[in-house]
Design a protein around this ligand. Structure first.
Ligand code: NAG
Ligand code: NAG
Length: 333
């Protein structure tokens, strides 16, 4: 690359510091790591531009780990990055962190049958404990104290029960970056838990399931003529986003949570099946079927500001008749 060497010569000639030279080589080093990744994985080639963007955001700690974790990362992110804000790489899930809300934007997991079985290889959630993720700058970090006096559960986004193959994987789901304030009774311990169990059932049945989970702060319609001074002021038929924040770090309490689930077919060449859910962060009656919470993926994209299966035509994966929420759910055999 002659242009680059000319740049380099100029840098040296103008007496720029060795710091710049060092930065160049560090940059060069991780670009070559990306090139290797792209050679190993055709999907990485497809999303290479996104990958470059993302890798620029990695901190040096992550870069050091890139060699070991890159193939697992490209596997987990096979269907693309829903967004690129503050990407954090853990050993068995990838997360995008929302510094303003102190809760993740999304968490992506790739579930495999052996790692979701209750008699897995010995990882137990009782051996893990909740902890702040010290790699997040302190002014943007959620702390244990934020949750302590709140009425909310510390709800997992990547469920602990999805990561039973290694204790480290299970432990990492307890970082507060992967936790959000969830209503306990009727939600985290019930309806949401049922949705997690449903995802694990799919995994045991089909072997390979991708799941993206995150919070939603959903606009609410305020009806004409209703006055609510405490919240949105004098209300006259408008939409407002309203959510509680807890603790000194003002951790946001999402109004809803979503899951986007992609199930890979066992049949060779079979296309994947996808469905999405939005559930309110509220007690849900135990008689309510989770299918009532099936959602149009475009609603999630719109409210959360994310884009799923980025760069790929959905029709390629999910057929040409993907148009309404009711179309999303079809029998998958
Ligand atoms: C998991 O976390 C527990 C509690 O901090 C710790 O004792 C244990 O060593 C961790 N295990 C692994 C494999 O990281
Ligand atoms: C798509 O839907 C339309 C109307 O529901 C139907 O006529 C058509 O056969 C469908 N096409 C495919 C490929 O399933």
């Amino acid at each position: 690359m002659p242009l680059v060497s000319i740049d380099l010569t100029l840098l040296v000639l103008t007496g720029s510091s060795f710091f710049i030279l060092g930065a160049y080589y560090q940059h060069h080093d991780f670009l070559s790591k990306v090139h290797r990744l792209i050679q190993e994985d055709p999907y990485a080639f497809y999303i290479r531009e996104k990958l470059y963007d993302t890798l620029q955001l990695f901190n040096p700690y992550c870069l050091d780990q890139l060699d070991g974790s890159s193939s697992r990362m490209s596997q987990i992110m096979k269907y693309g990055f829903p967004g690129l804000d503050d990407i954090r790489v853990y050993s068995d899930f990838i997360l995008s962190y929302d510094r303003r809300n102190r809760v993740a934007h999304w968490v992506y997991e790739h579930l495999r049958a052996p790692c979701v079985k209750s008699n897995g290889n010995g990882a137990h959630r009782r051996e893990s404990y909740y902890q702040a993720d010290m790699s997040v700058p302190s002014n943007f970090r959620a702390d244990l104290t934020d949750y302590r006096d709140s009425r909310f559960d510390r709800g997992h986004l990547a469920a602990a029960g999805n990561h039973k193959c290694h204790q480290t994987h299970c432990n990492e789901t307890f970082y507060l970056t992967n936790i959000a304030p969830q209503v306990g009774k009727g939600f985290n311990r019930d309806a949401w838990n049922n949705l997690e169990i449903y995802v694990r059932d799919l995994t045991e049945r089909y072997g390979s399931v991708y799941v993206c989970t995150g919070p939603i702060y959903k606009p609410k319609h305020q009806l004409r003529g209703v006055t609510d001074a405490e919240h949105c002021g004098k209300v006259d038929d408008k939409w407002c986003v309203e959510y509680e924040v807890i603790g000194e770090n003002t951790v946001a309490v999402p109004t809803h949570f979503f899951k986007v689930i992609t199930v890979e077919s066992k049949l060779p060449g079979g296309s994947p099946y996808m469905e999405a859910y939005i559930m309110p962060n509220a007690p849900i009656s135990s008689s309510t079927n989770i299918r009532n919470f099936l959602a149009d993926i475009r609603e999630i994209e719109h409210i959360a500001g994310l884009q799923f299966f980025n760069g790929l035509r959905r029709s390629f994966f999910f057929g040409t008749n993907y148009s309404t929420a009711s179309d999303i759910y079809r029998n998958f055999v």
